[in-house]
Each structure stands twice: as C-alpha cells, then as structure tokens.
Design a protein around this ligand. Structure first.
Ligand code: ZN
Length: 304
C-alpha cells in the first residue's frame, strides 16, 4: 500500500492507494491558515488516522502545489502558503513515518496519474493541463514524466503568448496563466464591468470583488454578451497555448483537468477549435481528465 499526500493551496488530501491504482481510503481537510508547519502537522494527522484505519504503508508519494527541486525531495516554494522555501519535505516525512518518500509538483503528479490510470492510458506521449485558479501542467514523453534539466519543464501555464500581456503570478508578463486562468477570467470580467462593456450584464448583480470564473461561465452559458466575450477570449488563449505546446511535443493526447473544465462543452468546443486551427497534427486529441477529485492522491501514489 502507498500513502499519497496532496498538498494544495486550499485543501489537503491524504489517501491509501493499492498497486492497481485504487483509492482504498482517503481523508481531506482545508489547508490551515498559517505557514508550512501548520499544513505539515494537519497532513501528518490525516496520514496517521489512515494508517490506523487501513494498516502499514510501504512508501509515500507527495503531490505538492508548487515547484519541487530537481532532487524530487525538496520543495522550492509555495505561491499560496508561506514558509515552504527550500523545505526538505521528503526527509521530514521519512523521519515521521519511517518509509521512503518522493515528491513532485501537482501538475507533474496529475500528468503521471492520468497517464497511468486515467484519460492518457495507451498513448506514449501526453500533455496534461490543470485549468483552475492558476494553470499547471505536466509532460509525459515515452511513457515517463519529462521534468527537464533542472525540473522546470511542463510549465504550460507559463508559455509566453503575449510579450506585453497582463502580469502573471510568476512575476513575468503575458503567460497563458495571466490570460486564461480562473483568476484572469475573473479579472477580465471585473475590467469589462468597470468599462460597462457590452451594456448591462447579469454579472453587474455581483460584487466585482466576488466575481469568479464559474460565475462568468454560468453567465456565458446563459447568453450574456459580456460574459461570453470574456470567456471566449480566455478559451482562445487556452487553445493557442495547447497548439503551441502540441506543435513542440506532438502528444498523442492532450488531457485537460481542473475546476474550469466543469464548464464542459462551453470550454472544450472553443478550446478544441482554437487549438485545431493552429496545430500541425490533424490528429490532435483534446480530452477531459478522468480521475476527478482523486487525481492528487493518485498522482502522489504514482510519484511514489
Ligand atoms: Zn507566468
């Protein structure tokens, strides 16, 4: 049995996973307010409860919501939780549970999980994108995770699509994430509202600070012109990003996961059209992720 730990910016999840990729038992909680030690303590508590319930574990895998160093043992930082800078997380967990531990960032872990157990089964080369508050990703080449020389590969959210574009959380400008993430869609909806673009909109009924990508998607689906304009611009950028990555990697499948994909055809139809118009390979396949909420735990187990 493998213990899979998923350290997210908003939630922590721990699960015991069997060798054939089944989540035998799982526990979840909100990421505690405060710095890294609070998260570590809460996660260890979840893990101890699981071990008490299910029994001994052989190894630990971690999916971490932030960059992980090339050694697969050290966290570089978290953009959401303070105090993770250069944290030797694998060593801490090995000391606490006395079994070997390996880490990967959440995009890489999810890519591994979808390739092994989900929507990427059967292809040699796969590109994975998480479309969520931010945009993450992972690249599978020849059946294995491609992390690059210094473990910075697969950052499809930071493909630079507009050199003078909006600021990105990474500190640069015009990355895909700055143009089409959940936060970017909410920002564009606020900006369009401030300008009164497309006249009155159902979005005007909401406090601008409380606008979310989900609200924009809902309004776009209902035919609201302002929401449709904001949503379709973001979908075009996602398609452009996928085509750019696909023209470099020629993946057998592009798998899309994350909260934004709950919009279903409202997302997949325009993204597919925008990508297909720019991709060299006419056989490009863009499909939804298959693992749902368990992807973090399964990804962590795949890393182990
Ligand atoms: Zn960026």
């Amino acid at each position: 049995m493998i213990l899979g730990l998923d350290f997210g910016g908003t939630k922590l999840a721990a699960g015991i996973v069997s060798a054939d990729g089944r989540v035998v038992a799982a526990r979840r909680c909100a990421t505690p307010a405060g710095a890294a030690p609070a998260s570590l303590q809460a996660m260890q508590q979840l893990a101890r409860e699981l071990i008490a319930e299910v029994g001994a574990i052989e190894r630990i895998g971690v999916s971490f919501g932030g960059p992980v160093a090339a050694d697969g043992r050290t966290v570089r930082l978290s953009m959401h939780v303070a105090g993770w800078e250069q944290a030797p997380l694998a060593e801490w967990l090995e000391r606490a549970f006395d079994v070997p531990c390996a880490l990967a960032n959440d995009g890489d872990a999810a890519a591994l999980a979808e390739h092994r157990f989900g929507a990427g089964r059967g292809v040699r080369h796969m590109l994975y994108l998480t479309l969520s508050t931010g945009i993450g990703g992972g690249v599978i080449i020849g059946g294995a995770l491609h992390r690059g020389e210094h473990a910075w590969a697969g950052e499809v959210g930071h493909l630079v699509l507009q050199h003078d574009g909006p600021p990105c959380p990474c500190g640069r400008n015009g990355c895909l994430e700055s143009l089409a993430s959940g936060l970017s869609i909410a920002r564009e909806a606020r900006a369009a509202g401030a300008q009164g673009a497309y006249g009155s909109s159902v979005l005007d009924a909401h406090d601008p600070a409380a606008l979310t990508a989900a609200l924009v998607a809902q309004a776009a689906a209902a035919g609201d012109p302002r929401a449709q304009a904001v949503w379709s611009a973001a979908m075009r950028w996602i398609g452009i990003g996928i085509a750019s990555a696909a023209n470099l990697l020629n993946p057998g499948r592009v798998v899309l996961g994350g909260g934004l994909t709950r919009a279903g055809a409202l997302l997949f139809t325009p993204v597919d059209a925008a990508a297909r118009a720019r991709a060299l390979d006419p056989a490009l396949q863009i499909v939804p992720a298959a693992l749902g909420d368990d992807v973090g735990i399964l990804g962590a187990a795949a890393v182990a």
